[in-house]
Design a protein around this ligand. Structure first.
Ligand SMILES: [Zn+2]
Length: 103
């Protein structure tokens, strides 16, 4: 499963793939890199009243994941037992949404 970020070839900073300049050294010399897809749950919330396009999934969890590479991303969680600090793994990319599950 592919998850990408950008890597600053000037100062080694890793940043989200939609960025065009490094926030540390301001260079635009960025390269695409592939992320491991592993991380830990930083926080989460359970969605009961979902938007129409996701109503069939409700109730579901939205999680903040601290990735192994140091970035924090928002994702959906596929599974039952969820707690802060739990290790999770990218399972699929649904449109523009990351979906994580148990390792
Ligand atoms: Zn930089």
């Amino acid at each position: 499963m592919q998850m990408t970020a950008k890597y600053c070839s000037n100062c080694d900073h890793i940043l989200h793939a939609d960025k065009y300049h490094c926030p540390i050294c301001y260079t635009d010399e960025l390269e695409l890199m592939e992320l491991s897809g592993y991380g830990e749950v930083y926080s989460y919330t359970k969605i009961h009243a979902a938007p129409k396009s996701l109503a069939h999934l409700a109730p579901y969890f939205i999680i903040l994941v601290d990735l192994a590479e140091g970035l924090r991303v928002t994702a959906r969680y596929q599974g039952e037992d969820l707690e802060i600090g739990k290790r999770v793994q990218l399972k699929e990319v649904d449109g523009r949404a990351y979906v994580f599950g148990d390792v």
